[in-house]
Design a protein around this ligand. Structure first.
Ligand SMILES: [Zn+2]
Length: 123
C-alpha cells in the first residue's frame, strides 16, 4: 500500500501497487495527478536498466548458442520477458517507488495549457 496526499484537498489516498499508475485521480475532489518530472526521469532510468538486464541475458544465451542449455535459456528468457512486459509498467513504478519514492503533482490538461500559451502569444 502506498499513501499519496492529494495536492488540492490534502486528503490521503491509498493505493495498492496493482492500481498504481503514472496517472491517478483523487477520490475526494477528482483532482487528476501525475508523477512529477523527477519521478518520470527515474522511471525512465529504471526502465532502461530493466531492458539492459533482459538484453544482456539474451546476449549471454546467444554467445553460448549451440548447446541445448542455451536454447532452453533463451526460450525461458523470452517467455519471461513477454510475461513481464505486461506488468513492466507496474513493476518499474514499484521499483522506482521503492528506490526514489514517487511523487505526484497536480495534472493540468494539455488542452488548458495549449489555450494558455496561445493566449500569452497573442499578447
Ligand atoms: Zn483531492
Amino acid at each position: 500500500m502506498k499513501e499519496i496526499k492529494c495536492a488540492r484537498c490534502g486528503k490521503s489516498l491509498k493505493y495498492n501497487f496493482k492500481s498504481l499508475s503514472k496517472h491517478i485521480k483523487c477520490d475526494h475532489c477528482n483532482l487528476e495527478m501525475i508523477i512529477d518530472p523527477r519521478s518520470q526521469r527515474m522511471l525512465k532510468y529504471v526502465r532502461g536498466l530493466f531492458v539492459a538486464i533482459v538484453v544482456s541475458i539474451l546476449m549471454y544465451g546467444c554467445m553460448k548458442l549451440g548447446t541445448i542449455e542455451s536454447y532452453v535459456a533463451i526460450i525461458i528468457v523470452c517467455s519471461f520477458t513477454l510475461l513481464l512486459t505486461q506488468f513492466s509498467d507496474q513493476l518499474c513504478l514499484l521499483i522506482t517507488d521503492k528506490i526514489f519514492h514517487l511523487r505526484y503533482i497536480a495534472y493540468e490538461r494539455p488542452k488548458v495549457k495549449a489555450a494558455k500559451t496561445a493566449k500569452s502569444k497573442r499578447r
